[in-house]
Design a protein around this ligand. Structure first.
Ligand code: ATP
Ligand code: MG
Length: 428
C-alpha cells in the first residue's frame, strides 16, 4: 500500500478552527461597531507592498525590518508586517485628505513577521488597526486611546494602559546623544544585543527585557525630562484629556516602540496574563511619517491590537467559549418517499432565513437524532413514509424531548410557513 506523508501547516501559521471562530467573529464585530461609533471607515489594502515602503517607514535599524520581514528578494516586495505604512501609502496615493482633511480609518487583517513562534506570537497574526490622520490636537490622542480602551472594556478584558512621549525631531536627537553617552559609560553591563543597539538604535535599549539591562537603564536620562516645550505641552494636554474621559493610565518612561516612525505620544495596552507577550495593543503619534513617504505634511496617530492575544485573553479572563453555531431545525427524512419533499422544505426554510439541517443518508432515526444533537438543533422534524402518507410529521423538541404531531398539509410553501410560525412561537 502506498504511504502518503501528511502535509502540515507551516510553523507559526495557524488555522482558526470552527470551534474558536466564534470568538474571532465576536472580536471583529465589536471592533467594527466601536470604530464606527468613533467615525472610522474601513479601508482594505493588499498584503504585498514594495519592500521600500517598510524600510522607509518602520526604519532600517528596527527588529521588524532587520530580521522579521518576509520579503521576496528578487522582486523587491514584502508581505506586510503591519498596517500603518500601507494605510499611509494608500492615503497618499489616492489623495484621501483632499476630500476630507481629517481621515479616520481602520483595517482588520493578517500581518507577517518572521519571529520565534510561541503563545500569543505567530508568524502570521492578525491586527485590528485604527488611525486618525490629519489632526494634531492632544484631545485626538486621548480620543483614539479611549476608543481602544472602550473596545477592550466592552470585550470584558482587564488591561493596563501605559503612556510615554518620544518627543519630536527637535528634542529627540539631543536626548539620543545624552542616552548614547550614558550607555557608552555602562556598555560592559549591557547584553550583546544592546551593545550593538547602543549605536544602531539606542532607544531600544530602554525597553530591553533582560534583567541586567533593565536595572542599568533605571539611571538613564529620561525622555520625559528632555521634551521641548511644545512636546511637553502636548503630552500634558493628552494626560489631562485622558483624565477628563476617566481613562486611567500610568507613565512609563522606558516604553519605546519597535517602529521608528513614532513621535510624541506612545502607548500600550498591557496584560500580565499572557506570559512574555505583554502587549495586547500599542500605538502612537507619527507626525513626520506621511511627509517622509512623499505625502503632505500631515500628522497622524494610530494603534494596532493583536487579535490572537485578544482571543487568548477572552478565553482566559472571561471564559468566553465559542457561541454554539446551532440550528433551528433538523429534518429527519426517514423513508424513500420523503427525501425529496424534505429537501425542498429545507431549501424553502433556508430561503426564509431559518437555519435548517438535513441528512440525505436515509440512516436510522436514532442515528439522525444523534446527528441533530451534534449540530445543536432546537427541533427535529421526523418524517417517515407512513407519516408522509398521512400528510404529517413529528416535531421533537430536542431539549425537552417532547414530541407532537405536525401537519404537513398544503403546498410546500404553506408547510414552510406553518413550520416557521411554529418555530417562532415555541420557546424552548
Ligand atoms: P511585541 O513587543 O509583543 O513584539 P510589537 O511592539 O512588535 O509587539 P506592534 O508592532 O506594536 O507590536 O503590533 C501591535 C500589536 O500586534 C502588539 O501589541 C501585539 O498584540 C500584536 N503582535 C505583534 N507581533 C505579533 C506576533 N508576532 N504575533 C501575534 N501578535 C503580534
Ligand atoms: Mg515585535
Amino acid at each position: 500500500m502506498e504511504f502518503s506523508l501528511k502535509i502540515q501547516a507551516i510553523n507559526g501559521f495557524k488555522d482558526i478552527l470552527p470551534n474558536s471562530v466564534g470568538r474571532w467573529q465576536l472580536i471583529e464585530q465589536r471592533a467594527r461597531a466601536i470604530f464606527e461609533r468613533f467615525g472610522l471607515q474601513e479601508i482594505r489594502m493588499p498584503i504585498l507592498e514594495k519592500t521600500e515602503l517598510f524600510v522607509r517607514s518602520i526604519g532600517e535599524a528596527t527588529d521588524v525590518v532587520e530580521k522579521e520581514m518576509y520579503s521576496f528578494a528578487d522582486k523587491g516586495i514584502t508581505m506586510r508586517p503591519e498596517a500603518t505604512a500601507s494605510i499611509m501609502r494608500a492615503f497618499i496615493e489616492h489623495g484621501l485628505h483632499v476630500q476630507q482633511p481629517v481621515q479616520r480609518l481602520y483595517t482588520i487583517g493578517p500581518m507577517f513577521r518572521h519571529e520565534r513562534p510561541q503563545k500569543g506570537r505567530l508568524r502570521q497574526f492578525h491586527q485590528l488597526d485604527a488611525e486618525i490622520i490629519g489632526a494634531v490636537e492632544p484631545r485626538i490622542d486621548a480620543e483614539l486611546i479611549a476608543m481602544g480602551q472602550m473596545l477592550l472594556d466592552e470585550l470584558g478584558l482587564t488591561v493596563s494602559l501605559e503612556l510615554n512621549s518620544l518627543g519630536c525631531p527637535e528634542c529627540r536627537p539631543p536626548f539620543k546623544t545624552a542616552l548614547v553617552a550614558f550607555l557608552e559609560r555602562s556598555i560592559d553591563g549591557l547584553c550583546d544585543d544592546c551593545k550593538r543597539r547602543t549605536h544602531t538604535n539606542p532607544l531600544r535599549v530602554l525597553d530591553c527585557k533582560k534583567p541586567t539591562c533593565r536595572t542599568l537603564v533605571q539611571a538613564a536620562p529620561s525622555m520625559l525630562e528632555a521634551l521641548c516645550p511644545a512636546c511637553d505641552h502636548h503630552f500634558r494636554e493628552v494626560q489631562e484629556a485622558l483624565q477628563a474621559l476617566e481613562i486611567p493610565f500610568r507613565l512609563n518612561r522606558f516604553m519605546v516602540r519597535g517602529l521608528d516612525y513614532y513621535t510624541r505620544t506612545t502607548f500600550e495596552f498591557l496584560t500580565t496574563d499572557l506570559g512574555a507577550q505583554a502587549a495586547v495593543g500599542a500605538g502612537g503619534r507619527y507626525d513626520g511619517l506621511i511627509e517622509s513617504l512623499g505625502g503632505p505634511a500631515l500628522s497622524g496617530i494610530g494603534f494596532a491590537m493583536g487579535m490572537e492575544r485578544i482571543a487568548l485573553l477572552l478565553e482566559q479572563q472571561t471564559g468566553t467559549q465559542q457561541d454554539d453555531a446551532g440550528m433551528d431545525i433538523f429534518l429527519a427524512a426517514l423513508g424513500s418517499n420523503t427525501l425529496a419533499p424534505c429537501s425542498l422544505l429545507a431549501h424553502l426554510l433556508r430561503k426564509e432565513g431559518i437555519r435548517a439541517a438535513i441528512d440525505y443518508s436515509g440512516r436510522s432515526l436514532k442515528a439522525q437524532l444523534k446527528q441533530a444533537g451534534r449540530v445543536g438543533a432546537r427541533f427535529t422534524l421526523i418524517v417517515g413514509d407512513a407519516e408522509w402518507a398521512q400528510q404529517e410529521g413529528i416535531l421533537r423538541n430536542m431539549r425537552t424531548q417532547e414530541q407532537q404531531p405536525f401537519a404537513l398539509t398544503g403546498t410546500p410553501e404553506q408547510q414552510c410557513r406553518n413550520l416557521r410560525q411554529r418555530l417562532a412561537t415555541t420557546t424552548d
